[in-house]
Design a binder for this molecule. Structure first.
Ligand SMILES: NC(=O)c1ccc[n+]([C@@H]2O[C@H](COP(=O)([O-])OP(=O)(O)OC[C@H]3O[C@@H](n4cnc5c(N)ncnc54)[C@H](OP(=O)(O)O)[C@@H]3O)[C@@H](O)[C@H]2O)c1
Length: 240
């Protein structure tokens, strides 16, 4: 089976790409970081450079693909802070990367799955979609929209036998905040709890995929045992 993973160069997506590859799937991995793409290629994974914000780059990367599994995982955070202080460019970028590209990738791939009567589409969502999340209002909005899309898409595709799963992730220890928080602030985020590891999410994805095709896990929540439902994200220092 062919599996397409977006955001496969880092964190959760990388762990999922490796797990799917290890389970014998033919994996197509998308991302931009050249070293990470080269590492995946060295393992035998079809790793392709694509900027998901660029329509031409995305179209080139998807050309000729007809995956049975689509992992819509790529995402980003902007510097956490009060919405009133947010740069307009960050609002556009969050919507483009966390929401619009996932809709466009799905729009390119889902018709083939519907025609073949086979497929499984995952979305990496967030607990931020379901509970108030300070300093992350636009991120939360993009994940809420993604969740609503996933649940509605499932109703469009279920008559054709295509499964849709929304992953509602709590705090996962990944490089997600590396460009927007200081190392100290990032360390503080993970203190006092054992964060979910990217490999834990990948294990759940494999478990869900391996269920019989008459079973669809429409959504699963995965968060650290000791994490409250709404974790705190500190404002980035520069916006204080
Ligand atoms: N970590 C958490 O606590 C957490 C919690 C809930 C949900 N999530 C979600 O989990 C998903 C994966 O995040 P992560 O935690 O694994 O963070 P990460 O390690 O930073 O991974 C993000 C991935 O998205 C890709 N990406 C971002 N912008 C892109 C662009 N313009 N074009 C192509 N690829 C792009 C990155 O690829 P390049 O760097 O190569 O461009 C990278 O592979 C995201 O959707 C995130 O919102 C994470």
């Amino acid at each position: 089976m062919q599996a397409l993973v977006t955001g496969a160069t880092s964190g959760i997506g990388r762990a999922i790409a490796l797990a799917l590859h290890g389970a014998g799937h033919q994996v197509v991995a998308l991302g931009r970081q050249k070293d990470a793409l080269a590492e995946l290629k060295a393992l035998g994974i079809d790793a392709r450079c694509a900027d998901l914000a660029d329509r031409a780059s995305l179209a080139a990367a998807l050309d000729g693909l007809a995956p049975d599994v689509l992992m819509n995982n790529a995402g980003m955070v902007a510097a956490p802070g009060n919405f009133c202080d947010m740069a307009e460019v960050d609002i556009h970028r969050l919507v483009a990367i966390n929401l619009t590209q996932a809709l466009l990738v799905t729009h390119a791939i889902a018709p083939g799955m519907r025609a073949r009567g086979l497929g499984h589409i995952f979305f990496t969502g967030s607990v931020a979609a379901y509970a108030p999340y300070p300093n992350m209002a636009v991120y939360a909005a993009t994940k809420a929209a993604l969740g609503a899309f996933a649940q509605s898409l499932r109703l469009d595709l279920s008559p054709a036998g295509v499964r849709v799963t929304e992953i509602v992730a709590g705090r996962v220890e990944s490089p997600l905040y590396k460009d927007v928080l200081t190392p100290g602030a990032r360390a503080a985020m993970y203190a006092g709890q054992t964060a979910v590891q990217p490999e834990d999410v990948a294990a759940m994805v494999l478990a869900v995929l391996n269920l019989p095709t008459h079973v669809d896990v429409a959504r699963f929540d995965i968060l650290p045992t000791r994490q409250p439902v709404t974790p705190q994200v500190p404002a980035a220092e520069k916006s204080k």
